[in-house]
Design a protein around this ligand. Structure first.
Ligand SMILES: [Zn+2]
Ligand SMILES: [Zn+2]
Length: 283
């Protein structure tokens, strides 16, 4: 039986599964892209995903690392890959080593330190691009981007033998095209993410918006989290087709969050918004 009752969203051919409540646990996986953003408690449903993309070291986002790696080993799977901010890599290695000694079995791990601007290849045409967030020292977010080659318009009407001939002559007939599929902020206070074009045009945005009530503005500031007033301002500058809100506070009931979202966002933006924790299967 599955260990967690996870939220479940389907957008075209992609599923987004996970759980995300501020201060409790955050884990957001996209199995078809083979990535899991953060790993609060490593639910069973994400163990077979090969890449964990860690945004920062807070316990509710990172405590599942050792369990994730160890379960993969137990089930005979290859070592999991963990992308994490470079400044955290030494500590993560220490935790895995300590758990290996405690457990009596060496836990295999492929640890990759990342910093803003880095790219990591997930699949032949799929890359995770790293950008900075404003939460803890070295904290980052990730965009998963598909890279394709597209035929230049002037060659669109050609037959395949003609194309082969041009290639033989060494003529560049295509150009690179980037399709940002999903962007995950992790925890962050407001930053002008509209400066990054691949975030603006990411098909799916998975963003934290922790606080909603007027009197929670200071809490957002102190914890370096987003408040709805700032989030609404940010969304006006982005073009995402789907916006999934994670990391909602337990201080405000979900029905109030829904109501405040509706009041704070324009109708066309509100219609694109999905509250992640609303999407759990009843059982
Ligand atoms: Zn958090
Ligand atoms: Zn945090």
């Amino acid at each position: 039986m599955a260990s967690h009752n996870l939220a479940h969203i389907k957008i075209d051919d992609l599923e987004i599964i996970g759980y995300s409540v501020a201060g409790e646990e955050t884990v957001v996986a996209v199995p078809q892209l083979d990535v899991c953003f953060d790993v609060g408690k490593a639910p069973d449903q994400i163990i077979s995903i090969n890449h964990v993309l860690l945004t920062h070291g807070h316990m509710d986002h990172a405590a599942g690392i050792a369990y994730y790696l160890s379960q993969r080993n137990f089930c005979g799977q290859s070592a999991g890959t963990i992308l994490a901010p470079k400044n955290l890599l030494g500590l993560i290695r220490e935790i895995i080593d300590a758990w290996s000694r405690l457990d009596g079995n060496q836990i295999p791990a492929n640890l990759v330190g990342v910093k803003p601007g880095d790219e990591y290849q997930i699949k032949p045409n799929l890359f995770a691009r790293v950008f900075p967030t404003k939460h803890t020292k070295g904290s980052v977010g990730y965009s998963v981007i598909e890279k394709r080659k597209k035929l230049k318009t002037e060659y669109l009407g050609l037959t395949s033998p003609q194309i082969v001939e041009l290639k033989k002559q060494g003529i560049q007939i295509d150009y690179p095209l980037e399709l940002p599929i999903v962007t995950y902020f992790g925890d962050t206070q407001y930053a002008d993410f509209s400066q990054l074009e691949y975030i603006v045009n990411s098909k799916i945005l998975i963003a934290e918006c922790t606080f909603y009530e007027g009197e929670h503005t200071e809490r957002a500031e102190a914890g370096k989290h987003m408040h709805i007033d700032e989030f609404a301002r940010l969304l006006n500058k982005l073009n995402n087709e789907h916006i999934i809100i994670t990391h909602t506070t337990q201080r405000t009931p979900m029905r109030d969050i829904r109501k405040i979202l509706k009041e704070s966002l324009s109708k066309d933006i509100y219609d694109k918004v999905i509250l992640f924790m609303d999407k759990r299967l009843r059982r």
